[in-house]
Design a protein around this ligand. Structure first.
Ligand code: SAM
Ligand code: SF4
Length: 458
């Protein structure tokens, strides 16, 4: 039996997909990249923006046609969209099974049932915000520990979930409604998982959480926070680099910056989305900080960790965003000098506060223009910041072949083009033996651009 999984959305989804894939491989499935070879096709979906859902719906439209000639194909929709739409998706003629993010442990059985009986099935969490979901959470923890192996991950790097869900309720965001309340995982489980991954050759761990600074777990009279967790992961010998994403600026404080400075293995990199530079809009977004607070925070970060690189997210065209509000965002971007920013056009999500209470009143054309303008400003800053690396020798963790492995091969002893990342999350391409994949190496930077550096192996 062949399995194809398409993943949309964030790292959480990618991690879920790899856990499900490993569980199914253990049941005898073989993974395939070719959709037309698949006996089972899973789509792990994202609900954060309308566009992400639209893409899934269009795939399902196509699969309806495919199933006319291949009626035995099993199609499953899993992830956030499955949780959000439930029965509505199950009614789609192409769909055999629907499973929300908290129901991934059930997917192998659901697939078996679909293969044997051709009956449709659904597993989504009822009232996902309720506290007493202990059995569900325990099943998730068990599934995570059992199936997170180094084979799940690419080339020396692994993501480890430290918390699920979110309690922040930013007014535009669907996450708290589809991933449930914030729940931190047991430190012992996290470290057990890190050790297992390290034993399999993993060198870099990225700890994952929607608001990772809020990590908190009390056990045997001790409350563990993110700094404790970073220290515990640092103590695992063969783990050399540690990252954590995503940080919420409202909760972040200097103690974590100090922990980053004290722990050599924690990379000087923060993804700390600002979302807007206008206090009025930040308030309407329920972000619980001001632009001044945000800028103060990153100034502090640069005092404590001078080499730190910082990335951000922005939403443009939030309801009521005026030219003046947008200018405040532009000002913040200019002052903050991010390594890079992800810029999104506001997309009203059904059931969220902003979709319920605020008209989506910024015209699409204005959203599009603000998106382009902000990206252009960020791009110019990224180019200037990157150029500071010119002529420097940097340590990178090699991720594997670049998208164009044949570039410059002839003049580099037939070595392909590889891609690696620095501790500060800068992307570096260079030619070298493919066997470097998953290891650290040093590259001298010879050319820079906004997002990619080009160099020579030292
Ligand atoms: N938890 C993270 C945080 O608070 O920074 C981000 C999680 S969200 C999956 C990733 C990004 O999507 C957000 O930082 C935000 O910029 C964007 N986003 C979330 N909801 C959105 C919406 N309704 N429309 C447009 N962008 C959105
Ligand atoms: Fe969504 Fe806000 Fe939670 Fe991030 S912190 S997941 S943006 S609600």
């Amino acid at each position: 039996m062949k399995l194809h999984i398409k993943s949309f959305g964030c790292q959480m989804n990618k991690l879920d997909s790899s856990l499900v894939a490993t569980a199914l491989i253990e049941k005898g499935f073989e993974l395939t990249d070719e959709t037309n070879e698949a006996d089972v096709l899973l789509m792990n979906t994202c609900s954060v923006r309308h566009h992400a859902e639209e893409r899934v719906m269009s795939h399902l439209g196509h699969l309806k046609t495919v199933k006319k000639s291949n009626p035995d194909l099993i199609v499953g929709v899993i992830g956030c969209m499955a949780q959000r739409l439930g029965e509505e998706l199950l009614d789609h003629p192409a769909v055999n099974l629907v499973a929300g993010p908290a129901k991934i442990p059930q997917i192998p059985d659901m697939i078996e049932k679909a293969l044997n009986t051709k009956k449709k099935s659904i597993a989504v969490t009822e009232k996902i915000r309720r506290k007493n979901r202990q059995a569900e959470i325990e099943a998730l923890d068990k599934f995570e520990l059992a199936y997170d192996t180094d084979e799940n991950h690419i080339h020396g790097q692994a993501f480890v979930r430290v918390m699920r869900g979110c309690n922040n309720f930013c007014t535009y965001c669907i996450v708290p409604y589809v991933r449930g309340p914030e729940i931190s995982r047991r430190p012992k489980d996290i470290i057990k998982q890190v050790k297992k991954l390290a034993a399999g050759g993993i060198k870099q761990i990225t700890l994952l959480g929607q608001t990772i600074y809020a990590y908190k777990y009390t056990e045997e009279d001790k409350t563990y926070n993110l700094a404790d967790l970073l220290k515990m992961v640092s103590e695992v010998d063969s783990i050399k680099w540690i990252r954590f994403i995503t940080s919420h600026p409202g909760e972040f404080d200097v103690s974590i910056l100090q922990a980053m400075a004290d722990l050599d293995k924690v990379t000087p990199y923060l993804h700390i989305p600002a979302q807007s530079g206008s206090d009025r809009i930040l308030k309407a977004m329920n972000r619980k900080y001001t632009a001044k607070h945000y800028l103060g925070l990153i100034e502090k970060a640069r005092q404590i960790l001078p080499e730190i690189s910082i990335a951000s997210d922005f939403i443009v065209g939030f309801p009521g965003e005026t030219d003046e509000d947008f200018q405040a965002t532009v000002e913040l971007v200019k002052k903050a000098r991010f390594k890079n920013s992800f810029v999104f056009k506001y997309s009203p999500r059904p059931g969220t506060d902003s979709a319920n209470n605020l008209p989506d009143d910024v015209p699409e054309e204005v959203k599009r223009q603000r998106n382009l303008d902000l990206l252009a400003i960020q791009n110019a800053i990224s180019e200037e910041e990157s150029s500071k690396l010119l002529g420097k020798s940097v340590k990178v963790l090699v991720e594997g072949l670049s998208k164009k492995p044949h570039v410059n091969m002839a003049e580099n002893g037939n070595n392909p083009q590889l891609i690696g990342r620095t501790a500060t999350d800068h992307i570096v391409v260079f030619n070298g033996p493919e066997t470097l994949t998953g290891t650290f190496t040093t590259v001298k930077i010879e050319k820079t651009s906004a997002l990619t550096m080009f160099g020579k192996l030292e």
